[in-house]
Design a binder for this molecule. Structure first.
Ligand code: SAM
Length: 302
């Protein structure tokens, strides 16, 4: 391991905002029966100094720029960036420490173990930012698959929401299909977040995409209006401004390359088990994989 990484790992031990449980702690009873961490149900007291407020997660936060900026803008809420890479988390934890941001924490863990860290109803929102679309892997590895929604349900409030921002049309359409087959309300959706006439960006292509907003009642704020629901997209004024104003590291990179960024927000809560979309009836993986082209071959491996 390089000297710089070792230095960062050593400094990570000193950050009060960074929680780094060992895998052995979580896995002492095996993968099928994760051991709860003492912070579960106690984030406000143990990590946020008693600062009451909604808890919002960013899963796969990388260096944590998004978590940090949301926290600066919303001091009444508490933000937790989750990632497995210690050297990346170092950047976020260092900045939070230097700026004295008391509503920011970082958790170093595999997202697969997330249920060991949060109690029922403890989290109000989840951001999935530029997650690996897992084009060829089992869909159970996608962070918006039925298996992951099942995990999130164990700690998300009933009225909680998931935001997905991605450069991967494949992952966007896959997640739309997951929402559709589980009848999950989609509150906002666009296939081109930064198009000048937002909401009229790239029209959905391929199968099962037109009018694919599932059971999406319009919201007064940040919702999909009835007309847009039919078009399958959201108008800019309907989105909270921070969705466009705050950008992640990868988002900035992809925008510089001229790639469209997609965004959706949905309510994942439902009774009964989640199901994955059938391929190709509900989600034509081959079609969307081919459309994705070669540009997916970088950026998400590490
Ligand atoms: C493409 S990067 C995006 C980083 C950041 N969200 C951004 O947009 O700049 C994906 C991040 O997810 C993390 N990641 C991927 N799979 C993970 C997993 N199963 N558990 C924890 N972190 C994971 C990686 O370490 C990486 O930092």
């Amino acid at each position: 391991m390089g000297h710089d990484k070792l230095r960062k790992f050593a400094e990570n031990e000193t950050f009060a905002c960074l929680l780094q449980p060992t895998a052995a702690q979580v896995l002492s009873k095996g993968y099928a029966n994760l051991t709860d961490h003492p912070v579960k149900g106690h984030w406000i007291e143990q990590m946020f100094g008693g600062h009451e407020g909604d808890i919002i997660l960013e899963l796969g936060c990388g260096k944590g720029e998004y978590t940090l900026e949301l926290a600066r803008r919303n001091p009444d809420k508490n933000y937790i960036g989750v990632d497995i890479k210690g050297a990346r988390l170092w950047r976020g934890a260092k900045t939070a420490t230097q700026e004295g941001l008391r509503n920011v924490a970082f958790l170093r863990t595999r997202i697969e173990f997330i249920t060991a860290f949060f109690a029922p109803g403890e989290v109000s929102q989840i951001w999935l930012t530029f997650s690996d679309p897992q084009l060829r892997a089992s869909e159970n590895k996608r962070l918006s698959s039925a298996m992951f929604l099942e995990r999130y349900r164990s700690f998300l409030r009933e009225d909680g929401v998931i935001h997905l921002k991605t450069d991967s049309r494949f992952l966007h359409e896959y997640t739309m299909a997951v929402a559709r087959v589980n009848s999950l309300p989609i509150l906002a959706c666009t296939t081109d977040l930064y198009s000048d006439v937002l909401g009229q960006g790239t029209p959905p292509e391929g199968r099962n995409t037109r009018g694919s907003i599932a059971g999406g009642p319009s919201r007064r704020e940040g919702g999909v209006s009835e007309a847009n629901s039919r078009r399958g997209s959201t108008q800019p004024q309907d989105l909270p401004t921070e969705v466009r104003e705050v950008k992640t590291f990868y988002e900035t990179m992809f925008l510089e390359m001229g790639l469209p960024i997609t965004y959706m927000e949905f309510k994942p809560f439902k009774e009964g088990p989640y199901v994955n979309p059938r391929d190709p009836e509900d989600f034509d993986s081959k079609h969307w994989r081919e459309l994705e082209g070669t540009r997916r071959s970088f950026g998400h491996q590490n």
